[in-house]
Design a protein around this ligand. Structure first.
Ligand code: COA
Length: 404
């Protein structure tokens, strides 16, 4: 019972691990994302196909009488029910948690909502709302610029991953207790959880300026953790610097971390051995902190003479953590990501081959194979007969009533 991104992320991950995921969709309509951001007319969008691999699709309207009976049978037969509709939608269909437990006490019923219990619990929420209300937008962006959302779907996909972990934990619990349980994840909670270093810094603020932030020492700190550009969220200062060709290539940059243990190698590599002299103010991490902008400006003078991959080649052997800014094009074409199944090509009967992400979790005995997303209702007949035990006549009658 999932749609859009957060719920489908969860169930797709479970499907990659081998679960038989039955996607229940509204007859004739299906998941709204089938039709959103379409690149090819009348073909399931990439938005849909990339979130619904390895699943079977049944169309079913639990708001009809016959649909309720079929849905009840599915609840009897299945182990887990996942949904991420607006608050109360499943209750309004006639299936509150109490009723689901009556039908199948072993059922694990898992939901994503925008907010947990509290003032906003009834609100509908999409990705960027979660990023804004979970602390990510407030702490992301240029120092004096707008709050900024990130392209990583931490609210939707991130919360879907939390839900999957909750479900397998509940399944493990059921092995011992014999009972199902309710699993709930709020997108605000998921985003805030990923922003924990900023909650850490909020409390550090009471004890003085945040010395690794670019506002130190010349800027001022207010009551809340400020945006910090590309400063590292950890104890080792880092920044994005330009590389050769940046004028034409918007991704010709690299992130460099001036980890204390590797600073000597870095200083030597960029021709600043004098920084290591113990009389030099920058020879210690504490001495460098008030001058990080100058340190990175000097590093950048050197990186601008090389392309981002050459910088990586030189700095990595020196144990200087660094990462070139890789574009989506570069990632899509990277052979090592194809080899590990992190990026996979899938064939689809209506759209042809396309790229998608594979399972980011690798198990040594249980590799994941990515298979295409189902067409709307592609497996309706086989699920109604195979899972719900309906005869051909009963299936026809349900279709005639618009229940499936
Ligand atoms: N048969 C008949 N009706 C169905 C159905 C089916 N198989 N599946 C869903 N519906 C109905 C629901 O019952 C609901 O009807 P109701 O409002 O009369 O109760 C309706 O479809 C639409 O559901 P809703 O969730 O309100 O869709 P929306 O497009 O208005 O809102 C979201 C979309 C994502 C904002 C909302 O679902 C939401 O806030 N979800 C929780 C948070 C979340 O997961 N957000 C991120 C999504 S990536």
């Amino acid at each position: 019972m999932t749609h859009v991104q957060s719920g489908p992320t969860c169930t797709q991950l479970l499907a990659w691990f081998g679960a038989d995921v039955i996607k229940v969709e509204r007859p004739g309509v299906g998941d709204a994302t089938r039709g959103q951001l379409r690149d090819i007319p009348d073909v399931d969008s990439l938005y849909f196909t990339m979130l619904n691999h390895n699943k079977r699709s049944v169309t079913l309207n639990p708001k009809t009488e016959k649909g309720k009976a079929i849905f009840t049978k599915l609840i009897e037969e299945c182990d887990v029910m996942v949904e991420n509709f607006a608050p109360g939608a499943i209750d309004r269909m006639g299936f509150p948690w109490e009723r689901i437990q009556e039908i199948n006490p072993r059922m694990i019923y898992a939901s994503v909502k925008g907010f947990g219990p509290g003032p906003y619990e009834d609100c509908k929420v999409y990705e960027n709302v979660a990023q804004c209300t979970g602390g990510a937008a407030s702490t992301t962006g240029e120092l004096d610029g707008f709050p900024m959302v990130t392209g990583a779907q931490i609210g939707d996909s991130g919360t879907g991953l939390n839900l999957a972990l909750g479900i397998v934990t509940a399944l493990f619990h059921r092995e011992k207790s014999g009972r199902g349980q309710r699993v709930t994840c709020a997108m605000q909670d998921g985003v805030l959880n990923l922003c924990r270093v900023k909650l850490r810094d909020q409390q550090r603020l009471a004890h003085g300026p945040l010395k690794e932030y670019p506002q130190y020492p010349n800027g001022s700190f207010g009551a809340a953790v400020p945006r910090a550009g590309n400063a590292s969220g950890g104890g080792q200062p880092g920044w994005i610097v330009r590389c050769k060709g940046w004028e034409e290539d918007p991704d010709s940059y690299i992130y460099v971390i001036t980890q204390a243990a590797a600073f000597a190698g870095l200083a030597k590599a960029i021709g600043h051995e004098e920084w290591l002299d113990e009389t030099h103010e920058w020879s210690t991490p504490e001495g460098r902190l008030p001058h990080l902008d100058q340190v990175f400006a000097e590093i950048e003078k050197w990186t601008m003479t090389k392309n981002k991959f050459d910088v990586m080649e030189i700095l990595n052997p020196l144990n200087v953590p660094c990462g070139p800014i890789l574009s989506m094009k570069e990632l899509a074409e990277e052979p090592s990501l194809r080899a590990t199944g992190t990026v996979v090509e899938v064939d689809h009967p209506e759209r042809g081959p396309y790229l998608t992400v594979g399972n980011p979790v690798k198990l040594s005995d249980s590799p994941s194979e990515v298979t295409r997303s189902p067409l709307l209702g592609e497996h309706t007949d086989e699920i109604l007969s195979g899972v719900c035990g309906m005869s051909a006549d009963e299936i026809e009658a349900a279709k005639a009533e618009g229940a499936v």
